[in-house]
Design a protein around this ligand. Structure first.
Ligand SMILES: NC(=O)c1ccc[n+]([C@@H]2O[C@H](COP(=O)([O-])OP(=O)(O)OC[C@H]3O[C@@H](n4cnc5c(N)ncnc54)[C@H](OP(=O)(O)O)[C@@H]3O)[C@@H](O)[C@H]2O)c1
Length: 278
């Protein structure tokens, strides 16, 4: 328990939740590179957990849906990164975490949200917005991160057809600035090291350049040296394809909402906050 100390020292313990996930793993790696003490919360003691341990993190098994487990994970922690995948259980996990972290007198929390979140919507945009407001009501020093679509969307929807690459997505000709996971981890680590100036801030995070998916395909073509095309499709076509593939219906619903928000411009925009903060 480190209460009111502001700047994070090498002796302070930092908790990373979602430590086997995309931003969590990179955050653990960067924190350890800087010699900081890290507790990585994982659900399963698998190979990914083993790699976190090799980085020098204290790996603890736990479940954000289990309050006792969150109490144990937050004990003696100075600052924490909270991230939870969109979908069922998110609000419960956030309530558990906000209460346990406050009880443990954790000094600061960075909370992963999403660009375009707002009260007058349904689904994950509303859940993220409610979770932000919940953390604002705690005594914690709190920073909300609202990134645009991660760069790895490129991998998720990539189709290799013979010697060609295809990006088949229902994203129209709208632009966004894809953000790299490593850049987000740099932001998280910078704030974890000196959280107080970022208290109650909401940071929309973008990558270096706003592009539509035709331009993203052109960049992939240049990098890979094979033809790459963007094929815009309807949202209903994506929903049918994902459902046929057996993708979980909550996930399909989430992706359909994200793509509609994208088409409505909620993921567009640009700033240089990543550069400024890091
Ligand atoms: N992807 C995007 O383009 C995008 C854009 C903006 C914002 N976001 C936000 O980013 C967040 C996701 O971050 P991410 O992509 O870094 O995470 P991620 O790769 O989706 O990983 C999720 C992590 O949460 C862990 N987890 C799931 N349920 C848990 C539980 N009950 N208890 C403890 N841990 C649990 C997972 O463990 P297992 O691996 O063991 O399941 C995994 O480590 C979401 O809030 C999303 O809305 C994403």
């Amino acid at each position: 328990m480190s209460g009111g100390d502001a700047v994070t020292s090498n002796n302070d313990l930092i908790l990373v939740t979602g430590a086997t996930g995309k931003t969590g793993t990179q955050t653990v790696r960067l924190l350890r590179e800087q010699g900081l003490r890290v507790r990585a919360l994982v659900r399963t003691l698998d190979d990914r957990a083993g790699r976190l341990r090799e980085l020098g993190a204290e790996v603890v098994r736990g479940d954000l849906l289990n309050f006792a487990s969150v109490q144990a994970a937050t004990a003696d922690v100075h600052a924490a990164y909270f991230s939870y995948p969109p979908g069922p259980g998110y609000i419960e996990a956030a309530v558990n975490f906000a209460q346990a972290a406050s009880d443990a007198r954790v000094h600061a929390v960075i909370e992963m949200s999403q660009i375009g979140v707002r009260p007058n919507t349904t689904h994950i945009g509303l859940q993220h917005w409610l979770v932000e407001r919940l953390f604002d009501r705690t005594p914690l020093v709190i920073t909300h991160l609202r990134p645009t679509l991660f760069m790895n969307w490129l991998n998720n929807f990539w189709i290799r057809s013979g010697t060609k690459g295809i990006l088949r997505l229902p994203l129209g000709d709208v632009r966004h600035a894809p953000i790299a996971i490593e850049d987000q981890a740099k932001v998280i680590v910078a704030i974890l090291q000196d959280p107080d100036p970022h208290d109650r801030q909401i940071y929309e995070l973008f990558g270096a350049e706003e592009l539509d998916w035709y331009a993203i395909a052109a960049k992939a073509q240049d990098a890979l040296g094979i033809p790459v095309h963007y094929e815009p499709i309807e949202i209903s076509t994506m929903v049918a394809a994902l459902t046929d593939r057996g993708v979980d219906s909550d996930r399909v619903h989430h992706l359909a909402r994200v793509t509609q928000d994208y088409r409505d411009g909620f993921y567009s925009g640009f700033n240089n906050l990543v550069e400024e903060i890091t």
